[in-house]
Design a protein around this ligand. Structure first.
Ligand code: BES
Ligand code: ZN
Ligand code: ZN
Length: 483
């Protein structure tokens, strides 16, 4: 797929379809383009089209202009148009045109510019909305958009914005591919290969093997891997775009979560291949940041393993000593993510981080609390939480803060160890975060629970059903502004 900036008039643009964005009820927006177009639009506005958010209408173009067809796409009420609405319109329009077998399409940008919105937002939605995962479909669909021409004067700003958009969306789609891949092909070993594929001059990748993490004493992490024949891989990536202390991103990377001996119900268990969505997001972020060459020192950690109930699996009631010396009583082997993250957080402290951010499909309680609309955010670092909230508003990867009251400590009190990995269903969204907090201590740390948002059951304008790739846009935007 190619994105071009093309400084030609709408009527002179040779393409299969010309996209004209409309605000609601404003039939005169393109009145000075060409008399035949304006006549056509007037007619359509009387019945067929109104400009409501994400409304689409594809019509044959008048004979005397070069585009073959015109797609009208609605942005909703003029006063309410935002970057998000434009992204949605971009996703809806592009996927619709692909399904109608349009190969070369063009976007008219005048209306967006007059609303002070960037065409790059529209293209962002398009590139995300056109995503498909068909690696396992034998007879592939042929319909594919080959190019989008952005009809505009060439400016450095637009060129830079589009470059940013292409890099970030391809990183989101990279993460989506990893998450959608079934767990028989996305083992910890495969995930490590995916990480190694990102290696380049400014990005180093190292994989710690089982014996290495044994030596380090990461017994909380290893307790999860014991029930599987697949070897665990502790993946570390480093991008040094500045001399400052690093930001460490830790992504939960359970390539399949059966629950272990605390086995999950069979219904819907196939979805648990997405339990590495945090790790995939971290890879996506680092891929984008290294391509954009952002001035930030970034370390990514993916403590990857399967969680299976094999003969040597960890059992409820077992006690293990974590990397930082704390003992943990394992009440549920299904509360495995926090075991892997606890050791990664402990290990991350060695790098003197200015901040640790973990991102994880950690609790079912997160999707019960917030549905698929928001990431739950908790942490001990107010400024960073506030920065993430700003990035969330910008990218519409929204976050909602939950508390870390000290009283939650009580919920995790064990009779025989320093802490237990699970209390009860009561408050399990916040107690899972509190568990991590016990390992982060005073080191600046923020936790993102993406259990409700990592997987989308019903398609959205720019998120096809399946892996959403959430977290990539949120964090790349955050890191862009982090001095
Ligand atoms: N991976 C799951 C959380 C999850 C559940 C993500 C549903 C997405 C959809 C996690 O490891 C888990 O099993 N959490 C349990 C913890 C409990 C048993 C201690 C949960 O929240 O139900
Ligand atoms: Zn689990
Ligand atoms: Zn899990």
């Amino acid at each position: 797929m190619n994105i071009y900036i093309n400084n030609t008039k709408e009527v002179d643009c040779a393409c299969n379809a010309l996209i004209l964005p409309f605000t609601e009820g404003d039939s005169m927006l393109y009145a000075d383009l060409d008399p035949s177009i304006s006549k056509l639009i007037k007619r359509l506005f009387s019945k067929e089209f109104h400009g409501k958010q994400n409304e689409v209408l594809l019509v044959p173009a008048p004979e005397d202009i070069r585009p073959e067809r015109i797609l009208l796409i609605g942005l909703g009420k003029k006063g309410g148009v935002s970057s998000e609405k434009v992204r949605q319109a971009g996703g809806k329009a592009a996927a619709y045109l692909r399904d109608m077998a349009m190969k070369n399409i063009a976007l008219s940008t005048g209306v967006l510019s007059s609303l002070k919105l960037s065409p790059a937002d529209f293209i962002e939605g398009s590139l995300l909305g056109l995503y498909t995962f068909n690696a396992y479909i034998t007879e592939k669909k042929r319909k594919k958009v080959d190019s989008i021409s952005v009809l505009s004067r060439k400016s450095k700003e637009l060129k830079d914005n589009l470059r940013w958009t292409e890099i970030v969306t391809s990183s989101v789609n990279f993460a989506r591919d990893l998450i959608n891949t079934p767990s028989n092909d996305m083992t910890p070993t495969h995930l490590a290969s995916a990480a190694l594929s990102l290696k380049r001059r400014n990005l180093s990748v190292k994989v710690l093997e089982k014996k290495d993490v044994q030596k380090l004493g990461m017994k909380a992490y290893l307790s999860v891997a014991k029930g599987s024949k697949e070897p665990p891989k502790f993946i570390i990536l480093e991008y040094k775009g500045s001399k400052a202390n690093p930001v460490v991103l830790i992504g939960k990377s359970i390539t399949f979560d059966s629950g272990g001996i605390s086995l999950k119900p069979a219904d819907g268990m196939e979805r648990m291949k997405d339990d590495m969505a945090g790790g995939a997001a971290v890879l996506g972020v680092i891929k984008a940041v290294s391509q954009l060459k952002l001035p930030v020192h970034l370390i990514g950690m993916l403590p990857a393993t399967e969680n299976l109930p094999g003969g040597s699996a960890t059992k409820p009631g077992d006690v293990v000593r974590a990397f930082n010396g704390k003992t943990v009583e394992i009440i549920s082997t299904d509360a495995e993510g926090r075991m892997t993250l606890a050791d990664a957080i402990g290990y991350a402290k060695r790098f003197n981080p200015r901040a640790i951010i973990d991102i994880a499909t950690l609790t079912g309680a997160c999707s019960i609390a917030l549905g698929s609309e928001a990431i739950a955010i908790m942490g001990n670092y107010r400024e960073l939480i506030d920065e993430i909230k700003k990035s969330a508003d910008k990218t519409y990867e929204r976050v909602w803060e939950m508390p870390l009251f000290e009283e939650y400590k009580e919920y995790l009190k064990s009779d025989i160890a320093d802490i237990k990995n699970y209390g009860s269903r009561n408050g399990s969204l916040v107690t899972s975060a509190y568990f991590l907090y016990e390992f982060a201590g005073q080191v600046p740390w923020v936790h993102l629970d993406i259990a409700g948002t990592a997987w989308i059951e019903k398609e959205r304008p720019y998120v096809p059903k399946g892996a959403s790739g959430i977290g990539v846009r949120l964090m790349v935007n955050l890191l862009k502004d982090m001095k």
